[in-house]
Design a binder for this molecule. Structure first.
Ligand code: PLP
Length: 419
């Protein structure tokens, strides 16, 4: 058996070790394997290839920054030009005015930063009692310390011993569950509430009407911070820069990653409102003793700048909204299948096809089988919880979206015919 030394994330290596897909090249909305087979990337890899693959502008920006200054620390008083410019451009597009940007290397970093900063902010302003970090069932906030402790996908917390304390889970869809939690623990004990505008990895769950607005109202009432986790939903996925703009909501912090560089190089960060940064920036200030070695990495920030240029020059940010109905229509065609019980789509360029529970119980491999049947048809999708998910690049066209729908129908037919 071919035993790889490469341990894949979120994989049972006993199962995948001998049978893996090696992607060697990407161009536009397509990637290619080591035998030259072409695949439509219907998930933009892990929700991040927003501008598509193989963009020379980003590759050139990375190379020229590497030749000029690959990296230098930004701890203490040292800075660099790409980090300054990217922070400025992100802050200028954020829904909160006077925002500050704290950089890291990805989404999990950003979550840890936001959770620590929430607690540290209240420490600075004399509200030390505010410690509780709240997240929703089915939410995903990465695999770092806080992200694991806050995981709304239960298996992601299992087997890691004692996790970070003072975290609480609330119902996925009912904002009043936050009000009930505040009543039972005391509103003045809650530091921050983390919310994905559209839940991604938990199975693509769209918010119920008025959800984010009501969460803003309740957090404001109890004096807790609202942190919108836009790691998936940012940079055009919902047709806006960050996502909460769609709901007319101004958060206290926004976490971002993925689409900031379209994945060409790892980068993430937190957008922080002026009132939260204030104790750290004004008067005698206070050091925030937190931050990874590569915060504000010049190459990553140069990639981010080139990616923002593409998003803006090609008008891609609005595509997440422009194409959402087309994607929903394409996925809805699968509802004719008796094993499809629901399609979740219509808000942003992402969606999921839910497979019948009884069918999955009788056929535990059903999701992977459908994924593989799609792969045979040259389309890459992802199994997520009890569904199959898509989130294509913002550069996808109508014909390619229709192909996702028609391949789904064929793949589901071919798999369900076997059982
Ligand atoms: C909503 C959300 N938050 C945080 C993360 C973690 O990001 P990363 O994998 O870059 O650490 C993810 C990753 O998919 C995510 O979907």
């Amino acid at each position: 058996m071919d035993q790889t030394a490469f341990w894949h994330p979120f994989a049972n290596m006993a199962e995948v070790s001998a049978n893996r897909l090696t992607i060697t090249r990407g161009a536009g909305n397509y990637v290619y394997d080591d035998s030259g087979r072409e695949y439509l990337d219907a998930t933009a890899s892990l929700w991040y290839a927003n501008v598509g693959h193989g963009r020379p502008e980003i590759a050139d920006a990375i190379a020229s920054q590497a030749y000029k200054l690959a990296c230098y620390s930004t701890f203490s008083d040292v800075t660099n030009e790409p980090a300054e410019e990217l922070a400025h451009r992100i802050a200028a597009r954020a829904p909160m005015s006077g925002a500050k940007i704290f950089f890291g290397s990805g989404g999990g970093d950003a979550i840890d930063t936001a959770a620590k900063l929430a607690r540290r902010y209240f420490f600075e302003v004399g509200e030390q009692k505010r410690q509780i970090i709240v997240s929703r069932r089915d939410s995903y906030h990465g695999t770092h310390g806080f992200g694991t402790s806050m995981a709304g996908i239960a298996p992601n917390r299992v087997g890691y011993g004692d996790l970070i304390g003072d975290v609480a889970l609330i119902d996925r869809d009912d904002p009043e569950d936050l009000a009930r939690l505040a009543q039972s623990v005391g509103g003045d004990a809650i530091a921050a509430v983390f919310v994905e505008p559209v839940i991604g990895a938990g199975g693509v769950h769209l918010p119920v009407e008025g959800y984010l607005k009501r969460m803003r109202e309740i957090t404001t009432q109890i004096g807790a911070l609202l942190v919108v986790d836009s790691v998936i939903c940012g940079f055009g996925r919902l047709g806006e820069w960050f996502g909460p703009e769609r709901f007319g909501v101004i958060p206290d912090m926004i976490t971002f990653a993925k689409g900031i560089t379209s994945g060409y190089i790892p980068l993430g960060g937190v957008v922080i409102s002026a009132s939260i940064s204030e104790p750290f920036f004004s008067g005698t200030g206070a050091p925030f003793r937190h931050g990874p070695t590569y915060a504000g990495h010049p190459i990553a920030c140069a990639a981010g700048l080139a990616n923002l240029d593409i998003l803006e020059d090609e008008g891609l940010i609005s595509k997440g909204r422009d194409l959402e109905a087309t994607l929903a229509d394409a996925l809805n065609t699968t509802l004719d299948s008796p094993i499809v019980t629901e399609v979740r789509a219509g808000l942003g360029l992402l969606g999921a096809v839910e497979i019948d529970q009884d069918y999955r119980s009788a056929n535990p491999q059903a999701l992977v089988q459908i994924q593989m049947a799609m792969r045979e048809r040259g389309v890459l999708i992802r199994p997520l919880v009890s569904s199959l998910a898509v989130s294509p690049p913002l550069t996808i066209n109508d014909a390619e979206i229709e192909r996702i729908g028609s391949s789904f129908i064929e793949a589901i037919k071919s798999v369900s015919a076997l059982s």
